[in-house]
Design a protein around this ligand. Structure first.
Ligand SMILES: Cc1cc2nc3c(=O)[nH]c(=O)nc-3n(C[C@H](O)[C@H](O)[C@H](O)COP(=O)(O)O)c2cc1C
Length: 311
């Protein structure tokens, strides 16, 4: 399986920043995707949105994920230099967050396949030969229209789809239900399977069921080495070095206070499950500078060196 396993780092707003994506690269992830960016904000020249598209040179191939519901705006957004610099585009049609859905974006498009189709076609026309993917959920409250939606993506010009095998109603709870995977795989567009992928066994099962690859979300948080694990490749993960590198990378574009704030959630993820890690996380929560984030981590790993390396 290892040679043929195609892995994707699933986009996660607030987490899959350019620094985390660069670290996942070290462990062999096949494709990364940016955090979702509003096509409208991009077109309106919002500097924060454009800044979110900063990337490390090594982070290739990476797709830019956009959300929106106006075909022309979405098509215009992918022509902006910062977006065009990416190797491909991914359209978010799965986000269940109320604010996004009530604006007609994300998983709201599951309810309007005709508009979704026009969005996909418009973006495909704009990006030409570059690959386009669509990420969506099984449905709103059931999976009845999942096959139809997959066919629609295929017919509208998507090159592959990433399916989160939960419904919008499930949000992030309950297990991902892969019952429909074989049927979706028969539609004739590559399916990247997403939802609770954390083991090699699971990957093998999903590939057997017809998936062309897997996308890992929460399973990668604090564990960027999961991509090496899934591919059965040897690796050594130095947790403190990763924390330090993550912070240094963020410092390339953010001021100290922002880096410290961003690092808080990442440190919580890197230390999750480690004995006495919570004490450090509590201390890090009060940090105002990167050094105030790093110092308690350094002391922690000096005290418990056996918790620092994972191989
Ligand atoms: C904190 C968080 C942020 C997310 N942000 C996005 C996003 O920006 N775009 C997107 O398509 N999905 C987003 N997702 C969904 C994930 O990409 C993925 O579909 C979901 O977490 C299921 O995969 P998992 O079980 O491997 O975590 C997010 C999920 C989480 C937990």
């Amino acid at each position: 399986m290892s040679d043929s396993l195609f892995t994707v780092l699933a986009p996660m707003a607030g987490y899959t920043d350019f620094a985390f994506r660069a670290i996942c690269r070290d462990y062999g992830v096949g494709l990364t995707v940016t955090e979702m960016v509003s096509s409208k904000a991009l077109v309106m020249g919002n500097t924060l949105s454009r800044r979110m598209l900063y990337r490390a040179d090594t982070d290739k191939p990476c797709f830019c994920q956009i959300f929106g519901h106006e075909p022309e705006v979405m098509a215009d957004s992918v022509l902006i230099d910062e977006v065009a610099a990416y190797e491909g585009v991914d359209i978010n049609m799965g986000c269940p967050v109320r604010k996004i859905v009530s604006s007609g974006d994300g998983s709201a498009l599951l309810e309007d396949p005709s508009l979704a189709s026009r969005c996909i076609s418009a973006v495909k026309k704009a990006i030409g030969d570059k690959p386009l993917s669509v990420k969506f959920r099984l449905g709103v409250s059931d999976s009845e229209r999942a096959v139809y939606f997959t066919e629609m993506c295929r017919d509208s010009g998507a090159d592959f789809v990433t399916v989160h095998f939960r419904t919008r109603r499930q949000m992030y709870s309950g297990d991902a239900d892969y019952t429909l995977l074989p049927q979706l795989a028969r539609v004739g567009i590559p399916i990247i399977a997403n939802g609770d992928v954390t083991s090699r066994d699971k990957c093998a099962r999903l590939l057997d069921m017809g998936a062309s690859g897997v996308a890992v979300g929460r399973g990668a948080l604090g564990r960027p080495y999961i991509f090496a694990e899934l591919a059965d490749k040897p690796f050594e993960f130095d947790t403190f070095a990763a924390i330090e590198r993550h912070s240094q990378l963020l410092s390339e574009i953010f001021e100290e206070r922002v880096v410290a704030n961003e690092m808080k959630k990442h440190v919580a993820a890197y230390l999750k499950g480690k004995r006495n890690g919570k004490v450090v996380v509590t201390e890090v929560m009060c940090a105002h500078t990167p050094e105030q984030v790093l110092q308690p981590c350094r002391e922690f790993f000096d005290t418990y060196p056996e918790l620092r390396y994972i191989r």
